[in-house]
Design a protein around this ligand. Structure first.
Ligand SMILES: Cc1ncc(COP(=O)(O)O)c(C=O)c1O
Length: 483
């Protein structure tokens, strides 16, 4: 195919040039109805792209023209058989992958560290989850990978499992051995679904781990907006498989996507694909080079650490996306949360996230060396000012996965009761709790709050550490299922 083509962008340009008298949705009629105050700042041209389905502009839910061609171009770039533009992020991609692969009580293996959209996919489809525990990289205090051995064991116990989901790379750039996991899945006639929200750029550099489709995954969902050049909320779902029921995936996408898909988002996917197809290697290798430069300089700062290849081969880590900088100042006694706050408030350096031990910087092709130098300079300054602090210890050992009484779907639709946290032991959880670090949920809706899990959460709560998931993160109360 001619990757220089931009079918959706071209179709919109042709439509705009026709200057039609416009009586469709959206109501703002090109740029005319947009707030002048907004246009004074950002200009007006972009608003002309905010259109709707017309014969020229095709229909995301039944593509036959420019959107179909744009999706086919994307398939070619990522090596897929079918690709779908998502305007509801990888959130809806994960939901569609899960709900179309296992439903109505069928089994599916889900990593315990999955994004919350996996839980939503289980709620939509009603599948029965078999949870896989990722390994832990204790020294760094982060989640490792899912091992092929864990998948093998799961199939021994659940030979009727319809599929396995893996998050690879994770937020921290940790990649599991997808090639080996795909082989195991296929030997059991099950699909491998990969949440590749953070990995679309890896297809464009030999210095980065291979992408999921290159390693035999049947489906993957990618947040093109997270690591390449499309707008927030725009993602892609790819299929490369004989095992996937394509019609069912498409039907599920209708459930999880708006019937008014944004042409701005879809055009941004068309244009991001074009940029990647025509200069992706150069773009992504710029990010790889910038992060290698940053890693080396940060590791030369006394008290700072930015992990790299030493992670590989341990804790289920097959490979590492080196464009993720996992930085720790724990030797100086500075927690990840405090480091994030310092960098932002004192130095104007904004990082993606923090846990108790680390901060995470995402380096993309669009970062500049000047920005990297600001980060390095700030870390150097912080290290100088905090010499001699008492080192922080990481201690993460996860409790056993508690027994599940009902499916996440049953738990979601059950009546809930709010009770004091102190009384939650032995009850069926109505909500999920993921203590940070390592951010792995220790209880999911529908599971019994064992004493071990309760004690583990309590040890975080009393220290005021971050608890993700519950309606009240301070746990003055907790939601249980009232059976
Ligand atoms: C691992 C993972 N999967 C899925 C998602 C959801 O992606 P999106 O923001 O594109 O909906 C995220 C978002 O942060 C994520 O970190």
């Amino acid at each position: 195919m001619d990757q220089n083509k931009t079918p959706l962008f071209d179709a919109i340009m042709e439509y705009i040039e026709k200057k039609p008298a416009y009586f469709r949705i959206p109501g703002h009629r090109f740029e005319r109805g947009i707030s002048q105050r907004w246009k004074d700042v950002v200009g007006e041209e972009i608003f002309k792209f905010d259109l709707t389905e017309t014969p020229l502009l095709d229909d995301l839910h039944n593509p036959e023209g420019s959107i179909k061609e744009a999706q086919e171009l994307a398939s070619e770039v990522f090596g897929a058989e079918h690709s779908y533009f998502l305007i509801n992020g990888t959130t809806c991609g994960n939901e569609a992958m899960i709900a179309s692969s296992a439903f109505s009580g069928q089994k599916i293996a889900i990593p315990r560290n999955a994004h919350k959209s996996a839980l939503m996919g289980l709620i939509i489809g009603g599948a029965e989850p078999i949870y896989l525990q990722p390994e832990l990289s204790l020294e760094e205090g982060i989640q490792g990978g899912i091992t092929p051995q864990a998948v093998e064991e799961m199939f021994r116990e659940h030979p009727d499992c319809k599929g396995v989901m893996v998050v690879s790379p994770t937020y921290y750039g940790i990649c599991s051995d997808l090639r080996a996991i795909a082989k195991i899945c296929h030997a059991h006639n099950a699909v491998l679904l990969v949440d590749e929200a953070h990995g679309a750029h890896m297809y464009f550099s030999k210095e980065l781990p291979e992408g999921a489709l290159e390693q035999g995954a049947d489906m993957c969902a990618q947040s093109i907006h997270k690591v390449t050049g499309s707008l927030t909320q725009s993602s892609m779902l790819h299929i490369k498989s004989k095992l996937v029921d394509v019609g069912r995936v498409e039907a599920t996408l209708h459930i999880v996507q708006s019937t008014s898909p944004s042409y701005l988002l879809m055009t941004s996917l068309d244009m991001a694909r074009y940029e990647l197809a025509t200069k992706g290697t150069e773009m992504i290798e710029n990010a790889v080079a910038l992060s290698a430069y940053a890693r080396e300089r940060i590791n030369a700062i006394e008290g700072m650490r930015c992990v790299g290849d030493s992670l590989i081969g341990k804790a289920g880590v097959k490979a590492l996306d080196t464009t993720r900088l996992i930085i720790s100042a724990k030797k100086l006694g500075i927690s990840g949360f405090a480091l994030l706050e310092l960098l932002e408030s004192e130095y104007g350096v904004d990082l993606e996230l923090a846990d108790y031990i680390n901060v995470l910087a995402i380096v993309t092709y669009a970062n500049t060396k000047e920005e990297i130098d600001r980060l390095i300079g700030a870390l150097g300054d912080i290290a100088r000012k905090n010499k001699g602090g008492n080192a922080i210890q990481n201690e993460t050992v996860l409790p056993a996965i508690p027994p599940r009484v009902i499916t996440p779907r049953e738990a979601f639709f059950s009546k809930k009761k709010q009770i004091p946290w102190e009384e939650a032991k032995g009850e069926v959880a109505g909500e999920m709790i993921a203590p940070y670090p390592p951010g792995i949920p220790v209880i999911y809706p529908g599971e019994i709050m064992t004493a071990e899990v309760w004690d583990y959460i309590e040890s975080y709560r009393v220290c005021g550490r971050h608890l993700h998931g519950p309606a009240d993160p301070t746990l003055s109360y907790f939601h249980i299922v009232s059976l």
